[in-house]
Design a protein. Structure first.
Length: 639
């Protein structure tokens, strides 16, 4: 899977029915998919693809089957491994390289350098490189590889990364083949990576067992597995416009009949498989004829083209009607070696420090920007040492602009870390946080004196923020908003209490340690004892009150006879006696009696006297009832 960002096309390959290379055009504004199609439909067994975003071509590894017929076997097939190329927006496709020592699996291209890379899986697994026109082929890595299934180019670090499914490792190497390192291993949690991609400082990958993952590209930290909610993820692709940097297309200077492919020197025209370039025309070699009488120089051969005309087919380093012109004569400068190419004009193998179609340019010529210092590697590749404020393979990125979000000013610490100088309104390591969000709809005021912001809240309050919890809880209390009422609630520490934790908590005592269950038992018992005590006290008070109502009397002695004189209304004679219950009344009317007046004192006296030894007749009533002094007083009063 790959992306042609300029053409807004996603391209993927599959070997299942129907096998082939497919694309979908994406509209950036609406993000809706349309314009599905097939690229090079005659190829049905693509393994991996890579997009050349400069020339508009697509490269892929392929293992199509070749069909054989003979007198002894009617039909049998064998795999034919190849590196193929075709136009993204055109019909022309061809096999570019067919001599493979194993199965070509993953492929990656480096259009700014005109180079491509692919992995080969077999008895001696390795990684190869070649110019994107098929020339300058060589083995780049051949040690410590078993099943390299993922390959990606990192233009930022000028390195090639690969993933080995069998060894569960990710390694990298510089483009010239030096500085080979193993970046990530199974010790960091990596397990059978299949495909990988790179964006900034992270490697993103996928495997059939654990799905998608990411890890720091130089192995700092453990592997982080991502939740993509997909089963058996096998491919990973990161889309960003900075991954496909803009460069001038060298093919604009050519008018090729079939394909124009990039190389380190620029570009070259390429013919389809089975044909060769003849004076800018792709000719079929099968039309060579011994009847051609034209004399060709410098090893050229006479051929008859499709029109029947005789022409000389020249070796790559020669041209002209008779192959008399040597293209390598003074073609390469600065000690460069001329190399003949079967695909077009010769190319120059330049000495270290020089480049260009004729080795006429220095490698470092205007390569490093913004004051960067350029050096040349053993592989004749330029490398920039940037000023502290700049980064990138050519020092083209201003660190502050690329790193700081809302600031164009920054400083570089001694350890190389970037420190952003934030404007008054922003804060954070990258100036990514807007302080005014704390106002929550209130007016944000920039206070230059305090180097901070103030909020004029909608409720008229002027504070550092308009959040309900700000300054609400005292003494270290933690404020939380009630999700239902949106009212702030304070969680106080052990030493403070109150709605806003504003007062000290009561001193702790032993009773504080009583559990809730103990309190539930003790409280009912206390209430029960209190109730019983109240009832007992009430009963005692009632008895005392009843006793207080009883009149203590002294019996009257009359001739040795106890005479009790009382008021029957007070029930003196029997405690608890009730006259009404006996049917007697204190005052009755008898119509048969001449008088109804009766004195209970006398009645009592008479009744008691009947039982005595001396009758009432023998007793002087007045003498016995009244004392002498009282009797004398009565007599004087009567007189």
């Amino acid at each position: 899977m790959d992306l042609y960002y300029q053409g807004e096309i996603i391209i993927w390959s599959t070997q299942f029915n129907p096998g082939g290379i497919f694309y979908t055009k994406i509209h950036e504004g609406e993000r809706r998919q349309s314009s599905n199609g097939v690229i090079c439909p005659e190829f049905k067994r693509p393994r991996d693809i890579a997009v050349d975003w400069i020339a508009g071509n697509i490269y892929w590894t392929d293992h199509s089957r070749m069909h054989w017929f003979s007198y002894y076997t009617t039909h049998w097939t064998s795999l034919r491994y190849s590196i193929n190329v075709g136009q993204i927006n055109g019909p022309n496709c061809t096999r570019l390289l067919t001599n493979m020592a194993g199965e070509p699996y993953a492929i990656a291209v480096n259009p700014p350098k005109g180079m491509m890379y692919w992995t080969v899986i077999g008895d001696h697994s390795h990684i190869e490189e070649a110019a994107m026109d098929g020339t300058l082929r060589r083995i780049l890595v051949q040690k410590n590889l078993q099943r390299p299934t993922g390959l990606v180019v990192d233009l930022f670090s000028q390195r090639l990364f690969w993933a080995d499914f069998e060894l569960s490792v990710i390694g990298s190497v510089l483009f010239d083949g030096s500085d080979l390192v193993i970046c990530v291993t199974s010790k960091q949690g990596l397990l059978h990576p299949h495909r990988i991609d790179i964006f900034e400082n992270y490697i993103y990958g996928a495997g059939p067992k654990n799905g998608a993952f990411r890890v720091q590209k130089f192995g700092h930290g453990s592997v982080e597995y991502l939740n993509t909610e997909t089963d058996k993820t096998k491919s990973a692709l990161i889309s960003h416009r900075y991954k496909q940097t803009y460069s001038l297309n060298p093919c604009l200077e050519f008018t090729c009949e079939f394909l124009c492919l990039l190389n380190p020197s620029g570009a070259a025209c390429v013919c389809p498989e089975g044909k060769s370039l003849f004076n800018g025309t792709c000719c079929d070699l099968s039309i060579l004829d011994d009847t051609c009488k034209l004399t060709c120089e410098n090893g050229g051969r006479c051929v008859i083209n499709e029109k029947g005309d005789q022409r000389c087919y020249c070796w790559p380093s020669y041209s002209g009607e008779r192959c008399e012109t040597n293209h390598c004569n003074n073609y390469c400068q600065n000690g460069g070696t001329c190399v003949a190419s079967v695909l077009g004009r010769p190319t120059c193998s330049c000495t270290v420090g020089f480049t260009g179609p004729n080795c006429n340019k220095t490698v470092c010529d205007n390569f490093c920007q913004n004051g960067g210092t350029c050096t040349v590697t053993a592989g004749n590749q330029p490398r920039c040492h940037c000023q502290p404020e700049y980064t990138g393979d050519r020092c083209q990125y201003y660190v502050c602009h690329h790193y700081c979000v809302n600031s164009e000013s920054c400083t570089i610490a001694d350890d190389g870390n970037v420190e952003c100088v934030c404007p008054l309104r922003y804060e954070g390591p990258k100036c990514e946080t807007d302080k005014c969000i704390k106002c929550h709809g209130g007016q944000c005021i920039l206070d230059k004196e305090s180097d901070d912001i103030m909020c004029n809240c909608t409720n008229g309050k002027i504070a550092s923020s308009c959040q309900l919890c700000d300054g609400y809880c005292y003494n270290g209390g933690i404020c939380q908003l009630d999700p239902e009422t949106n009212i702030p609630v304070c969680l106080c520490s052990t030493n403070w209490s109150g709605t806003q934790c504003e007062r000290p908590a009561p001193k702790s005592s032993k009773s504080d340690n009583i559990s809730t269950r103990s309190i539930a038992i003790i409280v009912p018992l206390v209430l029960l004892v209190t109730l019983i005590t109240t009832l007992v006290i009430g009963l005692l008070l009632c008895k005392r009150k009843r006793r207080a109502k009883t009149i203590r009397r002294q019996p009257i002695i009359n001739g040795g006879i106890n005479v009790e004189i009382g008021n029957p209304s007070y029930n003196m004679y029997e405690v608890g006696h009730n006259h009404n219950e006996r049917g007697l009344s204190d005052f009755t009317l008898n119509p048969e009696k001449p008088t109804n007046y009766s004195n209970p004192v006398y009645a009592k006296l008479y009744m008691d006297g009947q039982n005595c030894r001396n009758s009432l007749a023998s007793v002087d009533e007045r003498k016995e009832l009244l004392p002498k002094k009282i009797d004398i007083g009565i007599r004087e009063t009567v007189a």
